[in-house]
Design a protein around this ligand. Structure first.
Ligand code: U5P
Length: 225
């Protein structure tokens, strides 16, 4: 299979870099890459938000702040590259076609952000579409997709299986309420729907066992037709 991983910045770097987790993810990715083609997109998470908030003091320019966010995603990506050692291409990839080229070299391409105006969720969905990936695995800080925000509603139910259309619907609802319910952002959901990309949305606990996750053994949400 060809598999794209979307690893949230707050999962990799909650406050400080979670070096144990980064090491474990690298170990699992190397194991997976023995049987599959692998590409990874890393997010900026909480650290990016802190920088963007600080920059607000000086500029109202949203695009400028997105560029700051992109830099943070790339710093996080460099940490994963360091952990992957020889198996990773040593530069953060900025173009989907280059990611394809790196896969042909039997290395793992690691991307962060690309352009202002969206998040790394959207980047990973587009990368999966471009690479015609068999599977997109989204690792986020909620352990799947819920019918409402589990941080606010104790009765929120996790959904084991949803369709592409349901994902879009839930992502749009979550976005309009701000805060989210553990889903990818609405633009990414649209790309997943458009590309008909089979997607697993899993939490950090499952991400310690990515080798099992790609076999479908996880407690997250499966998104399929
Ligand atoms: N960002 C972009 N373009 C990208 C990826 C990220 O502008 O392709 C910026 C956004 O401001 C985003 C922030 O909120 O970096 C951190 O990325 P993420 O953790 O939200 O994916």
């Amino acid at each position: 299979m060809r598999i794209v991983f979307d690893i949230g910045g707050s999962v990799l770097v909650p406050d400080d870099p979670d070096v144990d987790f980064i090491g474990k993810v690298a170990y699992e990715l190397i194991k997976i890459s023995e049987d599959h083609e692998v590409a990874v997109v890393v997010g900026g998470g909480k650290v990016a938000r802190k920088y963007i908030k600080a920059a607000k003091t000086f500029t109202p320019n949203e695009t400028f702040k997105d560029y700051i966010g992109i830099h943070i995603t790339r710093a996080n990506a460099m940490l994963l590259i360091a952990a992957l050692g020889e198996k990773a291409y040593p530069f953060v990839i900025q173009d989907f076609r280059k990611a394809w080229e790196v896969i042909q070299l039997k290395k793992i391409p690691i991307m962060g952000g690309t352009h202002p105006g969206h998040t790394t969720d959207a980047v990973s969905a587009l990368l999966a579409e471009y690479l015609q990936a068999d599977l997109l695995v989204v690792v986020t800080n909620v352990d799947g997709v819920y019918d409402s925000d589990p941080r606010k509603n104790p009765n929120a139910k996790k959904l084991d299986r949803i369709t592409f259309d349901q994902l879009v619907e839930i992502a749009m609802q979550a976005e309009s309420k701000a805060g989210g319910s553990g889903v990818v952002d609405a633009l990414a959901a649209k790309f997943i729907q458009r590309g008909k990309i089979k997607t697993y949305i899993v939490g950090k606990k499952d991400a310690y066992h990515l080798f099992e996750v790609v076999k479908g053994r996880h407690n997250g949400t499966v998104v399929e037709p």
